[in-house]
Design a protein around this ligand. Structure first.
Ligand SMILES: Cc1cc2nc3c(=O)[nH]c(=O)nc-3n(C[C@H](O)[C@H](O)[C@H](O)COP(=O)(O)OP(=O)(O)OC[C@H]3O[C@@H](n4cnc5c(N)ncnc54)[C@H](O)[C@@H]3O)c2cc1C
Length: 401
C-alpha cells in the first residue's frame, strides 16, 4: 500500500490531540494534518462524563471540543476507531491498525492514559466499568435506572464524582476505598472528613479502609468480596483507580520515557520531530522547578495548543500553570500548582470546610492552592506560587478570597 504523507500527524483523538490541530493552524494554514484516534468520536471533553451529563446540564452533542465542521474547514484528515501500532522515529513513519503506513514531518503523541485495572480474580469480568470514555458513560447510563445498586471502587476524583452523579440520579451507591476519607491525596484531613460525612448524609454508603479482593458475577449481579469480609451485590460496578500513561509507541521508538513521555519546555520528546502533550507528557513545570505529569483538562487543552504551535515552528516554552477543577455535590473547587497532602497545608476558611482557600506549602513557600467555592481566583494563586516568597499563616489569611 502506498504511504500516506503528511506534514503533521497527531496520534490520539483526545483533548490534547484536538487542540493541537488548532495550535498548528494558528501558525500554518496549509500544512497537511492527519489525526488518528482509537475511539469512535472526535475529540470531546471528559469532565462532563461524571458531571453535567448526569445533571441534565449538558447533552452529549454539547461536549465536543470542536464541532465536526471544524476539521473539514481546517482540512484535517481524521481517522477514528484506529489504533496506531508502530512508530519508527528514524524513518518518520507510523503504521495504523489496518497496516497502512504514513509518513510525517512532525508527529504528536497525544495518547493520554488508560485506566488501571483491578488485578484481582474477576477484575476482567465483562461489564465492569473502568470509567474514562464516552462509551463508558453510554454503558453506565443504560444501566443506571432509579433504585439500581452501584458499587464504586476508588475514592479519588473519578470515584467520588461518579458516586455523587449516580446518587443524584437516585441509585443506591456504595463507595469502597482504602483511605479513611475521600480524595485523601489532595484534601487535608478535616476537609476530607467533612466531605465524606456529607456523602453519608446524602445517602451514599461509605466503606473506608477496605478494598476488593475478588469479584464474581451471578446473572446480572456483581458480587464483590472485600478484605474486611463484606460481600457487596450491585448491578453496576465502576472502578476509578487511576490511569497509566500510554507510552507504548514512545517506547517502541526508543524515546525517553519516565512516568510518561519525557519532553522539554518546547514539548519535544528525545526525538526533536516528535512531540508529546496532555496526560501522557512528563514536562518541566517551570513554576514548581520540577518535572510533572498532569492529568487534568486545562493542561491537556493548553499543552495540546502549545505542542501544535511548536510543531509549526513557534518555539514557545510551555511555562503555563494549568489549573484543575472538580464538583462533589455542592462543593466545587479550582486548584493550581502542587496540591498534595504530602505538603503542609493551611486552610483560610470563610466558612469551615465549605468556602475558603487551602494553601499547600513547602518550607514556608506556597506550592499550590485550592479555592473552595471561591471562583475566578486562579490567577491570584498562580502569582503567589510564582512569587515564591516565604510566608506565615498570618500573611496568607485573606490573601485570596
Ligand atoms: C470521567 C473524567 C472526568 C474528568 N474530570 C475532570 C475535571 O473535572 N477536571 C479536570 O481538570 N480534569 C478532568 N478529567 C481529566 C481530563 O479529562 C484529562 O486530563 C484529559 O482528557 C486528557 O486528555 P489527553 O488528550 O491528554 O488524553 P486522553 O483523554 O487519554 O486521550 C487520549 C486519546 O488517545 C487515544 N489513543 C491512545 N493510544 C492511541 C493509539 N496508539 N492510536 C490512536 N489513538 C490512541 C485514546 O484512545 C484516547 O482517545 C477527567 C477525566 C475523566 C476520564
Amino acid at each position: 500500500m502506498a504511504d500516506g504523507q503528511y506534514t503533521y500527524i497527531i496520534i490520539g483523538g483526545g483533548l490534547a490531540g484536538g487542540y493541537a490541530v488548532q495550535g498548528i493552524r494558528e501558525r500554518d494554514a496549509g500544512g497537511s494534518i492527519l489525526l488518528i484516534g482509537s475511539e469512535d468520536y472526535l475529540p470531546y471533553n471528559r469532565p462532563p462524563l461524571t458531571k453535567q451529563l448526569w445533571f441534565g446540564k449538558k447533552k452529549v452533542e454539547d461536549i465536543f471540543a470542536k464541532n465536526a465542521d471544524f476539521y473539514a474547514e481546517q482540512h484535517v484528515d481524521t481517522v477514528l476507531m484506529d489504533t496506531v501500532q508502530e512508530l519508527n522515529a528514524g524513518e518518520k513513519t507510523i503504521v495504523d491498525g489496518n497496516g497502512q503506513r504514513f509518513r510525517y514531518q512532525k508527529l504528536l503523541l497525544a495518547t493520554g492514559g488508560a485506566p488501571r485495572r483491578l488485578s484481582i480474580p474477576g477484575g476482567d469480568l465483562e461489564g465492569i466499568s473502568y470509567y474514562r470514555y464516552l462509551d463508558d458513560y453510554f454503558a453506565t447510563r443504560a444501566e443506571a435506572g432509579e433504585g439500581k445498586r452501584a458499587l464504586i471502587i476508588g475514592g479519588g476524583f473519578i470515584g467520588s464524582e461518579i458516586a455523587a452523579a449516580l446518587n443524584i440520579n437516585k441509585l443506591h451507591v456504595t463507595l469502597l476505598f482504602p483511605d479513611e476519607y475521600l480524595v485523601a491525596r489532595v484534601f487535608p484531613e478535616s476537609l476530607g472528613r467533612a466531605i465524606t460525612r456529607h456523602y453519608a448524609e446524602k445517602g451514599v454508603t461509605l466503606l473506608t479502609k477496605d478494598e476488593p479482593t475478588a469479584i464474581e458475577r451471578k446473572g446480572a449481579t456483581f458480587v464483590t468480596h472485600t478484605r474486611n469480609g463484606q460481600q457487596l451485590e450491585s448491578e453496576i460496578l465502576i472502578a476509578g483507580i487511576g490511569i497509566a500513561p500510554t507510552t507504548v509507541l514512545a517506547e517502541m521508538a526508543g524515546l525517553t520515557v519516565n512516568n510518561g513521555i519525557v519532553v522539554n519546555e518546547f514539548l519535544q520528546t528525545s526525538h526533536p520531530d516528535i512531540y508529546a502533550a496532555g496526560d501522557v507528557a512528563n514536562f518541566p513545570y517551570q513554576a514548581l522547578g520540577e518535572r510533572r505529569r498532569v492529568e487534568h483538562w486545562d493542561n491537556a487543552v493548553t499543552m495540546g495548543k502549545y505542542a501544535g504551535r511548536n510543531m509549526a515552528g513557534a518555539g514557545e516554552a510551555y511555562t503555563y500553570m494549568p489549573y484543575f477543577f472538580s464538583d462533589l455535590f455542592e462543593f466545587g473547587y479550582e486548584a493550581v500548582g502542587d496540591v498534595t497532602t504530602k505538603l503542609e497545608t493551611f486552610a483560610d476558611w470563610q466558612k469551615e470546610n465549605d468556602t475558603g482557600v487551602i494553601y499547600y506549602l513547602r518550607e514556608g513557600k506556597v506550592r499550590g492552592a485550592m479555592m473552595c467555592n471561591v471562583w475566578n481566583k486562579v490567577d491570584a494563586a498562580r502569582e503567589l506560587i510564582k512569587k515564591g516568597a516565604t510566608v506565615t499563616p498570618d500573611d496568607l489569611r485573606g490573601a485570596i478570597k
